[in-house]
Design a protein. Structure first.
Length: 110
């Protein structure tokens, strides 16, 4: 995959980012980080380094929660798939039983 080189500005400091991701994604991430830093640093009592650490902790927390939720959803999907497979097996068994009973009924009628 081609790498993109993008200049982004974080808190009035320009950074060159080289990534496999499209430039639009990198710019959107930089904009999100700027918004987070603006909120965190709005009191004026937080340095840039402290703001970045607090933002990183917030993103790490979101990532852990998302990973935990994804794991939970995968387990639920696995359970649903097992239930569906079981239901299809039962459906097939009942179809066979239905056909067998139809044949038996047909044989009695003749």
């Amino acid at each position: 995959m081609d790498k993109s080189k993008v200049n982004v500005t974080i808190r009035k400091q320009t950074y060159t980012i080289i990534s496999d991701k499209p430039a639009e994604v990198i710019i959107a991430l930089a904009n999100d980080l700027n918004a987070s830093l603006d909120e965190i640093m709005s009191s004026g009592r937080v340095s840039l380094t402290q703001g970045l650490i607090l933002a990183a902790l917030g993103y790490a927390d979101e990532a852990k929660e998302s990973t935990a939720e994804a794991t939970k959803l995968k387990a639920e999907i696995g359970s649903y798939l097992a239930d569906a497979e079981s239901a299809m097996t039962e459906r097939d068994r009942l179809k066979r039983e239905n056909e067998r009973l139809k044949e038996k009924l047909k044989a009695k009628q003749n």
